[in-house]
Design a protein around this ligand. Structure first.
Ligand code: ZN
Length: 119
């Protein structure tokens, strides 16, 4: 890949990926990995995905666990590096928006129109 100008980051507003979404990683070392979003940090536009970007951390011994040791924990990744998986299409899709009759905004799959906020 050619190294040119840095891509313009033009993201703002609320994040479209939320906790409990099932996403796939589309860039980086964990590309292709699927997982559930277990946390998000909107301030830095990052999400934590179950089983993705595991980093080893040293655990200090506690009273319950005298030995301490090394545990694996997920690190946050850029929200732009993941894409939501539509359960109907069973593939990564783009998210669209739709306003319901009661004024509530929901996210929909741009591919099939399925609502992504059913729960
Ligand atoms: Zn779909």
């Amino acid at each position: 890949m050619k190294r040119g100008k840095a891509p313009v980051v033009k993201e703002g507003g609320p994040m479209r990926i939320r906790k409990d979404d099932v996403v796939v990683v589309i860039a980086g070392a964990d590309k292709g990995k699927k997982g559930r979003v277990i946390g998000s940090i909107p301030a830095v536009r990052k999400v934590i995905v179950e089983g993705v970007k595991l980093v080893k951390r040293h655990q200090k011994p506690t009273q319950q666990q005298r030995q301490g040791g090394i545990i694996e924990k997920e690190a946050a990744i850029d929200v732009s590096n993941v894409q939501i998986i539509c359960s109907k299409c069973d593939k990564p899709v783009r998210i669209g928006g739709k306003k319901l009759e009661d004024g509530k905004k929901v996210r929909i799959c741009r591919s099939c129109g399925e609502m992504l906020d059913l729960s």
